[in-house]
Design a binder for this molecule. Structure first.
Ligand code: PMP
Length: 383
């Protein structure tokens, strides 16, 4: 063991860091970013806003990011129809940071965070780094149960990966967690949650902050309700969102949440002072003002997602129907070998560690063509 490993916190020894490969490839469909750049007129507005704050960068930013919070509240209210006042909004450098604020405030040593695997890989990492015990809950009955098919991939795509409400409730009762993570639409499966699951988990975990991570909400198919509709009367419920996905603004690092005003106030205890830079605030406000242009490609991306589902099914693969900007595709004999074979053809997708599955981000029509052609070549090459 090296000197530094010896000095490292025991609970972090041997852990691996978050590590989605950042490779220069012609077709990068591995981190659920938008493939579309920021439109030229929004670039001009961003430059103007940055110029306006540049002369005052000798000063700390507005610690309460007042204008940005008001703009986010207005965005949520107009797009979801749920009245979200500014006191209910909080933001950070990516939704990862707002998730971290929640865990720092409500998790920590001696406390438990529960999630339902497979889900977003940062939920356990953020929890453990804050010293919280992570419980890897099951989404549905234990695959090792003899009553279940031994191989999850053998189950029909529609039911695979759904959260079983009774099982989720039982796990909440068993572990009595302090934080519960639900993700809707879920990463990496793309499946949206029925709100009855959120309601049941909230009731079954009376000591928990229940987080519904809605990073991909804008991509959901019509009729998928947001957990924002459940906020009234549920002071322990938190809904997190991000500008990284539908807003095509991953480089800015802006995530946010809606919750009870008292919970938002509590988060001030754990955030670093002035955590959102003046530049971040200005740029995020510019994007929110130009939301029509920023969100213009959402429908086109959804169309590519659905084309990916159909195209993969036509190749004899097993795509999971998706409410996000990506598709989890099953049916590969050897997912790691296929991942490499796709990369050899210049197409980078994500091996999320689920046997026989790969996750593919939906991008431009030509990227869909490229990934489907590459998959066809790999499928043909595999006997
Ligand atoms: N939640 C989910 C479910 C995600 O997939 C991601 C990004 N991959 C995030 C949160 C974090 O996004 P960001 O920090 O860029 O807002």
């Amino acid at each position: 063991m090296s000197e530094l490993q010896r000095l490292l916190r025991e609970d972090l020894r041997g852990r691996t860091a978050y590590g989605a490969p950042q490779l220069e490839v012609p077709v990068a469909l591995n981190t659920n970013e938008s493939s579309y750049g920021v439109p030229a007129d929004v670039v001009a507005a961003i430059v103007e806003r940055v110029e306006a704050v540049a002369g005052s960068l000798n000063r700390y930013p507005d610690r309460e990011f007042t204008t940005l919070r008001a703009d986010l509240a207005e965005y949520l209210t107009t797009t979801t129809g749920v009245d979200v006042p500014v006191e209910q909004v909080w933001a950070g450098n990516g939704s990862n940071e707002v998730l971290q604020h929640i865990v720092q405030a409500f998790g920590g040593p001696g406390r438990i965070a529960l999630g339902f695997t497979p889900s977003y890989s940062m939920h356990p990492i953020i929890s453990r780094v804050a010293g919280t015990t992570w419980v890897d809950g099951l989404r549905s009955a234990d695959p090792s149960d003899p009553a279940q098919p031994a191989d999850r991939a053998a189950r029909p795509a529609q039911t695979r990966f759904d959260v079983d409400t009774d099982l989720a409730v039982a796990q909440c009762r068993e572990h009595d967690p302090h934080v519960v993570f639900l993700t809707s639409p879920n990463n990496p499966t793309g499946t949206a949650l029925d709100l009855s699951v959120v309601e049941a988990v909230y009731e079954a975990a009376p000591d928990a902050i229940v987080v519904v991570d809605e990073a991909y909400a804008e991509f959901a198919r019509p009729g998928t309700p947001s957990a924002l509709t459940l906020l009234a009367g549920r002071p322990r419920l938190v809904v997190t969102r991000t500008m990284s996905k539908a807003f095509a603004f991953a480089g800015v690092r802006l995530g946010y949440l809606a919750a009870d005003p008292e919970l938002v106030d509590i988060l001030r205890l754990v955030r670093m002072p002035y955590h959102l830079s003046s530049v971040t605030q200005a740029v995020a406000c510019a994007a929110l003002e130009h939301r029509t242009a920023m969100l213009a490609m959402v429908e086109a991306i959804k169309a590519e997602r659905d084309r990916l589902v159909d195209g993969c099914a036509a190749l004899g693969l097993d795509p999971v129907p998706s409410d996000a900007n990506f598709v989890l595709v099953g049916g590969f004999d050897d997912a790691a070998a296929t991942w490499q074979a796709l990369l050899d053809q210049g197409v980078l997708v994500r091996d999320v560690g689920i046997a026989h599955h790969l996750r593919i981000t939906a991008g431009t029509p030509s990227e869909t063509d490229a990934v489907l052609a590459a998959l066809a070549a790999v499928q043909t090459a595999t006997p």
